[in-house]
Design a protein around this ligand. Structure first.
Ligand code: F6R
Length: 235
């Protein structure tokens, strides 16, 4: 693993964006795996700025998001469909048919998970996966459990995740309790992985994930078994 500490979040964001930009320049039709949440926001801002200054072209890029909540509409500001449109897709020259997010409103969620996994496969697999880490060590919404889920699946969110997400909703009762997420196997098949973790609150779980035992109780620890992972972190 290539692990770099940053003392400034702006520098971390610029460096993360430069790695994504390098991937796009070296393979303009690359497949990016994208995350939501607070961790990648600064990276998306930098990518938008590169595009606006004429330094990056997304016209052939294909994206697959990690996850989406069940039970909220996509015009709800907290849905990941809304987040991606607002923070990235509407601000760059990506074509909407090249962007993919699990459809958690599908009538048959198991069929949707299979369809999503197959679309990633049909696109040639993920070249570059961007990740954040949850306070409980989750990646995507793969919560701590007794095994590493392999494929895209429907998950019950952990109480700590529901609690952490409550800051974005009017009340904790409105926080979704289920989501569709790529599996650990889906993520591990990505050819390159970039994990971003900024903030004092993330440091303990990050250290466990990077230096502790590989265990599904700390899902991010599985990245120790991947051959091309970059971690950018800071307090
Ligand atoms: C979001 C996702 C999650 C977040 C994680 C960290 O698509 O898959 O794993 O990356 O919950 O969230 P933040 O960055 O908000 O601390």
């Amino acid at each position: 693993m290539q692990i770099t500490e940053f003392h400034n979040q702006g520098q971390l964001n610029r460096y993360a964006a430069s790695l994504v930009a390098e991937q796009i320049r070296s393979k303009p039709d690359c497949v990016l795996g994208l995350a939501t949440g607070s961790s990648p926001l600064g990276t998306y801002k930098e990518l938008v700025s590169l595009y606006q200054h004429g330094n990056l072209d997304f016209s052939h890029v294909i994206t697959f998001n990690l996850d989406e909540y069940c039970g909220i509409n996509y015009d709800n500001e907290q849905s990941y469909h809304f987040y991606m449109k607002q923070n990235l897709f509407a601000k760059i020259n990506i074509s909407s048919e090249n962007t993919h997010i699990p459809d958690a409103s599908a009538p048959n969620l198991d069929a949707e998970c299979l369809r999503y996994e197959q679309s990633i496969h049909n696109a040639g697999g993920i070249d570059f996966q961007l990740l954040g880490i949850g306070h409980d060590g989750h990646i995507g919404f793969n919560e701590p459990c007794d095994h590493f889920p392999i494929k895209t699946h429907c998950v019950d969110l952990a109480a700590s995740t529901i609690h952490a997400n409550a800051r974005f909703f009017p009340s904790i009762d409105q926080v979704p309790t289920k989501a569709l997420t790529m599996g650990i196997g889906t993520i591990m098949k990505a050819r390159k992985i970039l994990l971003i973790a900024f903030g004092i609150d993330k440091q303990e779980i990050l250290q466990q994930a990077l230096n502790g035992k590989v265990t599904p109780l700390v899902p991010t620890s599985v990245l120790q078994l991947h051959s091309n992972v970059t971690v950018l972190y800071g307090k």
